[in-house]
Every structure is written in structure tokens, then in C-alpha cells.
Design a protein around this ligand. Sequence first.
Ligand code: HEC
Length: 100
Amino acid sequence: MRITNTLVVLLVIALSASLALPAFAQDGAATYKAKCAGCHGAEGQGKVGPALKGTTLTDAQIADLLTKGDDAKKAPHKKALASLSADDAKAVATFVKSLK
Ligand code: HEC
């Protein structure tokens, strides 16, 4: 009985995690709106930061810039952006590449 209960609880946790997490991490548009639009503009048209739509950088280069930072860049990209997971960075990079 106890083992069954434990298994059920574990199953529920595993299911909710596998359902909730990817949806969260992959919502590049929402991440962009929350963390990038203020500087790069809602449509990637540029504001404080340069325009991102039509960027020649690849998804991987954008994700790298966000998660590792680049010494040659000005703030805030000298350092990795805080509170952005690797998955979020990938999702937001894909979203940036979709801006036209
Ligand atoms: C506080 C303002 C600010 C925020 C927030 C910000 N950026 Fe930037 N971003 C900049 C500035 C300023 C530059 C130019 C840095 C430089 O060239 O030295 C830049 C440069 C970039 C570049 C390089 C563009 C190029 O052509 O070289 C990319 C890609 C980028 N940002 C993506 C993002 C993404 C995606 C987010 C959200 C996760 C984000 N940025 C959040 C200000 C910001």
C-alpha cells in the first residue's frame, strides 16, 4: 500500500514536470518580451540595444552570448544574463531568428 502510494506520487511529479517544464522553457516569445524587448524592442527593431531582426548571428551564437557573455560586448552582454537557463536561451534565440 505504502509503496503504491509512493509510486503514484512519483508518477504524478514526473508527469507534471515533463508536461510543465518544456512548455515553460520553450516559450521564447514570452522570454523575449520579459527580458529582451525593453532594450531590443518588441519586434526586435532595436531601442537601447541594436536591432535583432534579420541578425546574421546563428541561433547558437545568440544562445552562447546570452548564457556565457562576451568580453568584447558592452553591458549587459559582457557577462551571462542572470536567470536565463540554457533552455530559455535556446528558445529565445530561436525566437530572435524568427523576427523579420
Ligand atoms: C539592458 C539592455 C539589454 C537587454 C535587457 C538585452 N540586451 Fe541584447 N544588447 C544590448 C546592447 C546594448 C547590445 C550591444 C552590445 C555591444 O555591441 O557591445 C546588445 C547586443 C545583443 C546581441 C548582439 C547583436 C549583434 O548584432 O551583435 C544579441 C544577439 C542580443 N543583444 C540579444 C539579446 C537577447 C536575446 C536578450 C534577452 C534575453 C537581450 N539581448 C537583452 C542591450 C540589451
